[in-house]
Write a protein that binds this ligand. Structure first.
Ligand code: FAD
Ligand code: SF4
Length: 508
């Protein structure tokens, strides 16, 4: 009997572990579109479309290379609705009693697979530059895990941007040069749009029909859904955006969601591109003198550093990580995250582009929507569910440590050494949002005071016990304590009133 070779929607790599272990002449590749995966959170329609379209094209590519592929479409009448149920149905159909899978990047699915009554071999997903075992060895005995140390180790290990034993340019990190605010008149490259081909069109029709009620607009749809398109996107990024990537990495501009970012995260997370090839391609731009070192180092750090570090934390911490709530936050996610009107320009802008494109860049996720949720004390599980739903690149292994750890401090400081919170001043410095806002970013109290200004102090005040001793925050507390007692009381009372309006579902 053949063995079943399960290939999941984010395992679209021809050399993925399960395919390497399989026998093309004998085994049957199994790929499934199922309702269960499409609805366990209300994914953005564009996200569902990327997965299904990329899966269909990948299945066709495998078939073209001589693999036998059993592909279950969402609308197949026999579709059993979940991945375990589809495995069993195909096993019965073919007489298979053995199956091979590559480990999923989602603990929920892993547990479901382990419970399937078949002889199922789950192989490590080795498409990362640091294996789970190597990360655990690196983490062992360390009191705190800091990305920067991990990243240096990865630079040495891969030789990326190294000159012998030394970092290229004499420094590991050029972040100090990478925090420029947007400047007037800055021109941006247009991100490439991949017009839907026949496969994508079919999928868009199904998604519109079945998932049209989910938050998010399905069209225009312009994401890459196969390797060739992903390579085109990479080439465009290297030529047009990479040279400016560093300088304006943290900047935000109204109406320009992508700026100099790459849009490569879905292609990377689905396996259409490998992290090493993307890093090598960026390094080559620097070596050829086409992009400055601060840009190339900043970009490579995101992938070789952050992406691998985040993956390591996810694998090290296990399924329990998804339930962390170190700050004891309990508030429900405000309706404005699902598009309810708000006077806050920054939130309206980021949520609006998320609805239209299933995309926001890192600082928008961290310092606008993430910051607001953390300051307001939203239950991190609800925040996690939102980020997992609305972004095209969201899969648990990368979304959860970014949301729960980096953004919401729910892991008590494993990923972030201090909470990523700010008043309106940071958003004002790094964006042009405040200029068009009904609130006044310079007002600290009063009816038009920027909510971030009120909530920032409310957050610090209510978590004083935890953060006052943090050396990186002590000065902030000293500044707060030095303010007039009546002013402090007023800030806190206005913050309370704002949160009460939020809870009552009143527009804010
Ligand atoms: P670029 O700015 O062009 O960066 C290049 C690449 O670096 C990205 O494609 C991505 O692969 C990698 N990268 C950058 N930052 C990170 C990071 N912190 N963690 C992991 N990889 C990183 N990224 C996801 O891929 N999926 C998610 O579900 C996700 N959820 C997030 C949730 C929150 C609350 C935050 C703060 C960040 C999240 N990120 C997530 C990280 C980051 O925001 C996105 O990877 C990035 O915005 C994707 O856009 P880009 O491809 O244009 O990135
Ligand atoms: Fe956002 Fe405050 Fe600026 Fe308005 S004033 S855009 S709410 S930071």
């Amino acid at each position: 009997a053949p063995r079943l070779v399960l290939v999941l929607g984010d395992q679209l790599t021809e050399t993925v572990a399960a395919l390497r272990a399989a026998d093309r002449g004998r085994d049957l590749v199994l790929m499934v579109e199922v309702m269960d995966e499409a609805t366990h959170v209300p994914h953005h329609p564009q996200k569902i479309a990327i997965f299904f379209a990329a899966m269909r094209k990948f299945a066709a590519r495998l078939a073209g290379k001589g693999w036998r592929v059993a592909y279950s479409r969402l609308d197949d009448p026999d579709n059993a609705g979940s991945i375990p149920a589809e495995l069993l149905r195909r096993a019965e159909e073919t007489g298979a009693f053995e199956a091979i899978a590559t480990a999923p990047g989602d603990w929920r699915l892993r547990a479901a697979l382990e419970a399937v009554p078949l002889r199922l071999r789950i192989l490590e997903d080795d498409r990362f530059l640091c294996s789970a075992r190597d990360f655990a060895a690196w983490a062992k005995g360390r009191k705190t895990l800091r990305m920067e140390w991990f990243y240096r180790e990865m630079r040495r290990r891969t030789g990326l941007l190294m000159e012998g034993d030394a970092p290229a340019g004499g420094r590991w990190n050029f972040d100090a040069e990478n925090r420029k605010p947007p400047k007037a008149g800055l021109g941006f490259p247009d991100p490439p749009v991949f017009a839907p081909d026949r496969t994508v069109r079919e999928v868009l029709d199904i998604v519109a029909d079945r998932f049209g009620a989910h938050f998010g607009e399905l069209e225009p749809f312009g994401w890459p859904t196969d390797r060739d398109e992903a390579l085109t996107l990479l080439a465009h990024f290297l030529r047009r955006a990479l040279p400016c990537f560093g300088d304006f990495q943290d900047a935000m501009v109204t109406g320009v969601p992508v700026m100099f970012h790459s849009l490569l995260s879905p292609a990377l997370n689905l396996g259409l591109l490998s992290p090493l090839e993307v890093c090598r391609a960026a390094e080559a731009e620097w070596r050829a003198g086409r992009a400055p070192l601060n840009a190339v180092e900043g970009f490579i750090r995101q992938i070789l550093g952050w992406r691998e570090f985040i993956r390591g934390v996810w694998s090290l911490e296990g399924p329990d990580y998804m339930r962390r709530n170190a700050l004891g936050h309990r508030r429900k996610l405000p309706a404005l995250y699902w598009g309810a009107p708000t006077r806050m320009r920054c939130m309206a802008e980021v949520v609006g582009q998320t609805r239209r494109r299933a995309y926001a860049h890192h600082i928008q996720r961290l310092m606008v929507t993430g910051n607001f949720a953390l300051l307001s004390g939203v239950d991190p599980a609800e925040v996690h569910r939102w980020y997992l739903s609305v972004y095209a690149d969201a899969v648990e292994w990368v979304e959860a440590p970014n949301t729960l750890g980096m953004s919401q401090f729910a892991d008590g400081g494993m990923v972030a050494s201090k909470p990523y919170v700010s008043s309106g001043a940071y958003i004002n410095r790094m964006s042009d949002y405040c200029r068009g806002c009904a609130y006044d970013v310079t007002a600290r109290t009063g009816p038009n005071a920027c909510p971030f200004n009120l909530l920032y102090w409310h957050f610090l005040d209510r978590h004083r016990d935890r953060f006052a001793a943090n050396p990186r925050m002590a000065q902030i507390y000293r500044g707060w304590d030095g303010r007039d007692g009546a002013v402090r009381a007023r800030v806190l009372a206005e913050a309370e009133a704002f949160l009460a309006r939020l809870d009552a579902g009143e527009p804010v």
